[in-house]
Write a protein that binds this ligand. Structure first.
Ligand SMILES: [Zn+2]
Length: 261
């Protein structure tokens, strides 16, 4: 049920090519995904190294407690069709599809991420596109998820059915605080500013909070590389992590549940 990113007409799949009435065509990749990102788009997202580091970290299921809580929340609302926005390498998308067996779509601007994701689960409809301009018809989706990803309320509202739901996940105050304590002289807590929009009613916010242990230095370095702090930290501060062989720290997330007005 994709629409053409150029002319917004319906795309029809014929063998391995999607085509619209105006003859714009898009080939299905051998991995199964479809590239619907227009060539002139600037941001191409995470590179392969970043994608692989994140996948390796997530595979250890340190964040599965949060994912399960999110899935339990989705179970309470109609969820025949779901889209995981900014899905990255598909760790959460895969858990969602595996548990709920809904029709699942997922997008990311990173081709490397989508390639890796679509190799893992052929039941998920992966496509390359920006969340700001989704190649999906209006009012076609029951549930959208934004897990640490960009929230475009207007575009999400367009694709959601009436009374559809949006679930967002963001880091809470104490998320990874112990990691920051090791790196910075004056570590700060995360700001808990929950985004809102007049297009959505914020129904509920849940805090998922637990401790987990990274058993070796490799895992510690991998986690730090995944964080937004990584690019803002000097090499001197980064080097402070080299001496750590184990680290117990807090995972703390906010799951925000919104209903489309
Ligand atoms: Zn077209």
């Amino acid at each position: 049920m994709y629409i053409c990113p150029k002319c917004k007409e319906k795309l029809i799949l014929n063998e391995k090519t999607y085509k619209c009435i105006n003859n714009h065509s898009y080939d299905k990749a051998k991995e199964g995904y479809i590239n619907l990102l227009l060539k002139n788009s600037k941001n191409h997202g995470d590179n392969k190294d970043m994608v692989l580091a994140r996948r390796h970290f997530l595979e250890h299921d340190y964040y599965k407690v949060m994912a399960n809580e999110l899935i339990n929340c989705i179970k309470n609302v109609p969820h025949d069709t779901i889209i995981d926005l900014g899905c990255g390498e598909g760790y959460y998308t895969n858990l969602i599809e595996d548990t709920l067996h809904s029709i699942v779509y997922a997008n990311d601007v990173s081709k490397e991420a989508i390639k890796i994701a679509s190799k893992q689960n052929k039941n998920i409809n992966y496509f390359i596109a920006s969340t700001a301009e989704l190649p999906l018809p209006s009012k076609s989706i029951d549930v959208s998820t934004c897990i640490f990803s960009y929230i475009d309320f207007k575009e999400i509202h367009r694709i959601l059915k009436q009374n559809g739901y949006l679930f967002t996940v963001m880091p809470a105050k104490l998320h990874l605080f112990e990691l920051k304590e090791h790196v910075y002289d004056t570590p700060y807590m995360n700001e808990e500013k929950i985004p809102t929009s007049e297009l959505f009613e914020l129904c509920e916010t849940k805090n998922v909070h637990y401790e987990f242990t990274l058993p070796n230095n490799e895992a510690i370095q991998e986690l730090f590389t995944m964080t937004p702090y990584y690019f803002k930290t000097s090499q001197k501060d980064k080097d402070k992590l080299n001496a750590l062989s184990e680290l117990t720290l807090h995972a703390s997330f906010l799951i925000n549940i919104y209903k489309a007005k």
